[in-house]
Design a protein around this ligand. Structure first.
Ligand code: HSE
Length: 444
């Protein structure tokens, strides 16, 4: 059979990886796909650099639309990123009857409903393994490998930049700002790291996993997003003393009244495997009713790890290209006509309805009765305490200090209830600074 023809939009780090791995492993890849897979056109604004990567035999253009207009191209790989021109090009490629492979989590998390609907109407595939956790085949696992299961929850370290920063903060006892600068110097964090450190990138990824796990539309706008910029070295140290590590988790969970969808720093018991995922690595834990707990670990970014995921999608498309569209694997794992309505039976819950446990740190005056007042307010709110840690004032504030840190771990409660309790504790004259609240996930 004639090789399937691929056009590549954007040949930066990931695009070069795709080109190199396809070349290096072409025999094995075509034995698996049942036909060759050939990149025959590349579009990039920097034509000279693109030519230096792909050589003279491949047509390089600076206009992505020349690829979309080429009737010989079967698959378009979009590696431009962002919601702007990438969205227009993906929709144009679909309209031109091309299958699309993309690593663009932001685009799909925000505009996925429109894009998947357009693809279904046109009978083409939109594949996005590389959009979540880079080289880890988590989309394939959720969509196909775990298809027998009623998924109960997913919790993932799905942003390598923030995991690198948190690992460094813990192991070296450094503050966030110092480690961020170091991460930028080493190339682990981008010059503008906002999407990573504010949790937005992780929220894009968990939004996609949530849709596939629970059969709901992609709803990034309903995700709760909190990054790591407010985390202090002291909280990482106290968490460790209590047997926990702090990780930025993307969490999606089936609850009684709907679906939880959230990204925030979380205390995780140090003994859990995922708590020991360090540096820029990614890991995702999935709990299904039949399979139990499963864990997926690997590189979440980088040229060839991400290329590994892009090429897996190319192989899937090469195999299914001639299949009747109804007999292909649905984009979001569930048949499109069975997706829960966004407002229907499986709404994404507001954060106030999420149930979880908490780490609280209160800077308090070191006086008689302070602990009793604080715990009294928690008791009135019906919030049960799991553990309390208080250090000697001298140890916290230096010789002769009259202030200390009071650390409280709670059992599960509703976030709304905790918000009210924190507001009341904050009013106590003996609570001397804004209360730090970090959610805690036992993941058992
Ligand atoms: N910036 C992401 C990370 C990789 O740090 O994991 C691409 O999603």
């Amino acid at each position: 059979m004639k090789p399937i023809q691929v056009g590549l939009l954007g040949i930066g780090t990931v695009g070069s990886g795709v080109f190199n791995v396809l070349q290096r492993n072409q025999d094995e890849i075509s034995r698996r796909a049942g036909r060759g897979i050939q990149i025959t056109m590349v579009a990039d604004l920097d034509v000279e650099r693109a030519k230096s990567v792909v050589g003279a035999d491949i047509q390089v253009v600076n206009d992505a639309r020349a690829i979309i207009a080429n009737p010989d191209i079967d698959i378009v790989i979009e590696l431009i990123g962002g919601y702007g021109i990438a969205k227009a090009l993906v929709l144009e490629a679909i309209a031109a009857g091309k299958h699309v492979v993309t690593a663009n989590k932001a685009l799909l998390a925000v505009h996925g409903t429109e894009i998947f609907a357009a693809a279904s109407a046109k009978g083409v595939m939109v594949a996005f393994e590389a959009a979540v956790a880079g080289g880890i085949p988590i989309i394939k696992a959720l969509r196909e490998g775990l298809t027998a299961n009623r998924i109960q929850w997913i919790a993932g370290i799905i942003n390598g930049t923030t995991n690198f920063i948190l690992s460094e903060m813990r192991s070296k006892g450094l503050d966030f700002d110092v480690v961020l600068k170091e991460a930028q110097r080493l190339g682990y964090a981008e010059a503008d790291p906002t999407f990573d450190i504010e949790g937005v990138d992780a929220a894009h990824k968990v939004t996609l996993m949530s849709a596939i796990a629970f059969g709901i539309p992609v709803q990034f706008d309903k995700a709760y997003v909190e990054g790591i910029t407010q985390l202090g070295a002291a909280d990482i140290k106290y968490a460790e003393q209590l047997g926990y590590r702090i990780k930025l988790l993307g969490i999606t969970k089936r609850a009684d009244k709907g679906i939880e969808l959230r990204v925030h720093p979380s205390l995780v018991p140090s003994k859990r495997l995922i708590a020991n995922v360090e540096g820029a690595m990614n890991a995702v834990v999935v709990q299904g009713d039949a399979v139990g707990t499963t864990l997926y670990y690997g590189k979440g970014a980088g040229s060839e790890p991400t290329a590994s995921a892009v090429i897996a999608d190319l192989v899937d498309i090469a195999r299914l290209h001639t299949a009747d569209p109804e007999h292909r694997v649905p984009h979001l794992a569930f048949q499109p006509n069975t997706l829960a309505d966004a407002m229907g039976s499986l709404p994404v819950l507001p954060m106030s309805e999420v149930v979880t446990s908490y780490y609280l740190r209160l800077r308090v005056a070191d006086q008689a009765g302070v602990l009793a007042k604080v715990t009294g307010l928690l008791a009135e709110a019906g919030i049960s305490i799991d553990a309390v840690l208080q250090r000697e004032a001298d140890e916290v504030g230096g010789e002769g200090s009259t202030q200390t840190d009071l650390i409280i771990l709670t059992h599960d409660t509703r976030e709304g209830t905790m918000n009210d309790a924190i507001a009341q504790m904050q009013q106590l004259p003996t609570v001397l600074a804004p209360i730090t609240r970090i959610r805690k996930e036992e993941l058992n």
